[in-house]
Design a protein around this ligand. Structure first.
Ligand code: VGL
Ligand code: ZN
Length: 201
């Protein structure tokens, strides 16, 4: 069954938001239009408690976008973003949500970041998304949303590892950094994922 997963299309990742992805607003209409091609639509939502360990302000003396070692993992320190119950954590107001059957929240554990919609960054805890998709009979899973080389990419890697046929819709995502996204795309293809454009769906 063809399934669409919309990753983190939230105000804070849109230009004007706290962790804006360039061109992030341009994908909203693309995602709205392509929904009719899918039988099952799921969304993820970055949903951090205040003072989350991925925020630079939680590490005095450290700067935004600096990388640190944290609990045995490399962690990029982000501006405060997607704090639970704030407007920045809301889905973009123009994003069509009427057919979204379930929302998987992630990043709720204060001590660990969670880019993927499936697992936290240390792969310690599942969100249940993989089991949900299997129960629903999902086979081909298409990914779109923000940011391309973070939450979209890491969700794709986990989907591939879970054995799903995994496809990135390239014009329905935007990256923070183009070079990092190029590397991410190479790795997706190397691991057996596919990359398509929305017009080819
Ligand atoms: C994301 C950085 C921090 C994302 C979430 O949705 O790509 N990136 N939290
Ligand atoms: Zn986050």
């Amino acid at each position: 069954m063809k399934t669409l997963i919309i990753i983190d299309v939230q105000n804070d990742f849109i230009p004007g938001g706290a962790l804006a992805v360039p061109g992030g607003d341009e994908i909203v209409e693309v995602i709205n239009r392509l929904q009719e091609k899918f039988e099952l639509i799921i969304a993820t939502q970055d949903w951090h408690p205040q003072g989350h360990s991925s925020f630079a302000e939680s590490h005095p003396g450290k700067k935004e976008f600096e990388k640190i070692q944290w609990k045995g993992q490399e962690q990029v320190l982000w501006p405060v973003h997607c704090v639970q119950e704030t407007i920045g954590a809301n889905f973009h107001p123009n994003l069509e949500m009427s057919r979204v059957e379930a929302i998987f929240r992630k990043g709720t554990n204060p001590d660990i970041d969670s880019y993927s919609g499936f697992y936290d960054n240390a792969h310690l805890k599942s969100t249940g998304l993989g089991g949900y998709l299997k129960e629903k009979g999902s086979t081909e899973i298409y990914f779109c949303g923000l940011a391309a080389e973070y939450c979209v990419y890491f969700s794709i890697l986990d989907a591939l590892q879970e054995g799903f046929e995994t496809i990135l819709i390239e014009d329905a995502t935007r990256a923070l950094d183009e070079e990092d996204f190029e590397n991410a795309k190479k790795n997706i293809l190397a691991k057996g994922g596919k990359i398509v454009m929305s017009k080819d769906l």
